[in-house]
Design a binder for this molecule. Structure first.
Ligand code: FES
Ligand SMILES: [Fe+2]
Length: 377
């Protein structure tokens, strides 16, 4: 959300066939609108920028950053009131350093949908974080395959040899509540002698002690990594010394997702007296490591996207210990797609699963247009 922090900042977000405009108005309030002119429906904004007004390229109607129509050339007439022709707002919430949009005015708010969920994230000092770097990816797979991959740790030894050195599969522990998210931790993290270790390299990120104190289970924040996949399409990782978020945006191409990675670090993680150059190099090294892990995930997910389309593949079976999280994600997708409020296995974690029921919901892994026939079974 640091992309939109100054008055006048405007950001365009396209998701499937919908386009949205985010604005930061003069009161520093963030607003969201459908990116369509109220006159004849032209796409209002094409590019990000810093602007005083949103000017329509078709007939020059203009809107202020609160979405009010302020200019309509040659339209002075009795039966026309500018107040009635403002931009259509979209529900917007700012949480966890991320701007969340919801097109459904009747849906529960983000926190309600999390059922008091990972409340330990609420007190994390998101507003104080430095945006160290941002990277965009365009993986050739749909967003669900990326989400299913993020939430499981079974693949770590094969796909991420570097990550496997400090985030061991058998150190992954449930951190799950009854909300629309998937939560788990690595506890303890294993020292590697590199910049990913807290000891000797960084101060514990401010806010971590409080974060751990609020967790449903108690973890030592100095050697714990927290992972949350907030349904539907946002993954958040909190290491003792840094944080990164992944936002997965579907596109009109079912074999293409736009994925945005943001790497953040609190300035308080810097060791006292550390030289600028050393600090910058270490920061970059952790960021490079995070990008390397994500590139490995993208590559494997692109292969899965092709694999699940093979005629011979009809779904498999999950490992309850290592992949209950993916099963849970698929159930969350199935709940939404079928309007079934409580699908089996929605709340349980690894120990609570009925192993015989843990077949892969092939439909959820496939393209968005694919029917959810397995999930419906
Ligand atoms: S469509 Fe925007 S001014 Fe006409
Ligand atoms: Fe991975």
């Amino acid at each position: 959300m640091q992309a939109i922090s100054k008055p006048g900042d405007v950001v365009v977000v396209d998701v499937l066939d919908q386009s949205f405009i985010l604005t930061c108005d003069k009161d520093k309030k963030i607003n969201a609108f459908y990116n369509v002119c109220s006159h004849r429906g032209a796409k209002l904004c094409k590019a990000n920028g810093n602007k005083k007004r949103l000017n329509c390229p078709y007939h020059n109607w203009s809107y202020n950053l609160k979405g009010n129509l302020v200019g309509a050339p040659f339209f002075d007439r009795d039966n026309f009131n500018k107040k009635d022709h403002g931009l259509k707002p979209v529900r917007v919430e700012v949480r966890f350093g991320i701007i969340w949009l919801n097109m459904d005015n009747n849906a529960p708010g983000l926190l309600d949908s999390l059922h008091g969920g990972p409340t330990e994230m609420l007190d994390y000092p998101w507003e104080e974080m430095d945006l160290v770097g941002r990277a965009n990816y365009t993986p050739r797979c749909n967003w669900k395959i990326l989400a299913e991959n993020f939430v499981e740790w079974y693949h770590i030894p094969a796909v991420h040899p570097g990550l496997d050195r400090f985030s061991k599969p058998h150190h992954h522990v449930d951190n799950q509540g009854d909300g629309k998210y998937v939560g788990f931790v690595t506890n303890p993290l294993t020292p590697t002698g590199t910049v990913t270790d807290l000891a000797g390299n960084w101060n514990l990120s401010p806010g971590q002690e409080e974060l751990a104190a609020k967790a449903p289970f108690q973890f030592d924040p100095r050697n714990t990594a927290f992972f949350y996949h907030i349904f539907p399409n946002v993954s958040i990782t909190i290491y003792p010394h840094s944080t990164y978020t992944l936002i997965m945006l579907p596109t009109n191409d079912p074999m293409r997702t736009v994925e945005k990675l943001s790497f953040l670090q609190h300035p308080g993680c810097r060791l006292a007296g550390e030289a600028d150059e050393t600090f910058t190099e270490k920061r970059q090294a952790v960021y490079d490591f995070v990008k390397e892990v994500n590139a490995e995930d993208v590559e494997i997910c692109e292969g899965v996207a092709k694999g699940v389309l093979q005629n011979s593949y009809r779904g498999g079976m999950f490992s309850p210990e290592h992949e209950w999280t993916t099963y849970r994600f698929q159930n969350l997708v199935a709940d939404v797609m079928t309007s079934v409020p409580q699908r089996p296995g929605r709340v349980q974690t690894g120990a609570g699963w009925d192993f015989s029921a843990m077949n892969i919901h092939l439909g959820t892994a496939m393209n968005d247009s694919a029917p959810l026939q397995h999930a419906l079974a």
